[in-house]
Design a protein around this ligand. Structure first.
Ligand SMILES: [Zn+2]
Length: 85
């Protein structure tokens, strides 16, 4: 788990393969942020750990968001039979 997190939090948004990030604050608050939204706001080259460092938790108002997980919302699921022939 630590291994995944370390590797993942240095990734740039452009390379994050997920629909959203689940970000956790030390106060217990959890936010789900769509990748597209994050790219628009921080840029595709921004690293995950840099986002965390800039984010302010809406719950406690502090910069204590120190965990991020990839979230697959399944919205990009392809329909069966829709493959290229
Ligand atoms: Zn908080």
């Amino acid at each position: 788990m630590m291994r995944t997190l370390e590797k993942f939090d240095g990734q740039r948004l452009a390379f994050v393969r997920a629909d959203a990030l689940k970000v956790s604050c030390r106060c217990g608050h959890i936010e789900q942020l769509p990748i597209t939204h994050l790219k628009t706001r921080y840029g595709e080259a921004a690293r995950v750990r840099n986002l965390l460092a800039q984010m302010i938790c809406p719950e406690c108002g502090q910069k204590r968001l120190d965990r991020a997980e990839r979230l697959d919302l399944g919205v990009s699921t392809q329909m069966p039979g829709a493959r290229d022939v």
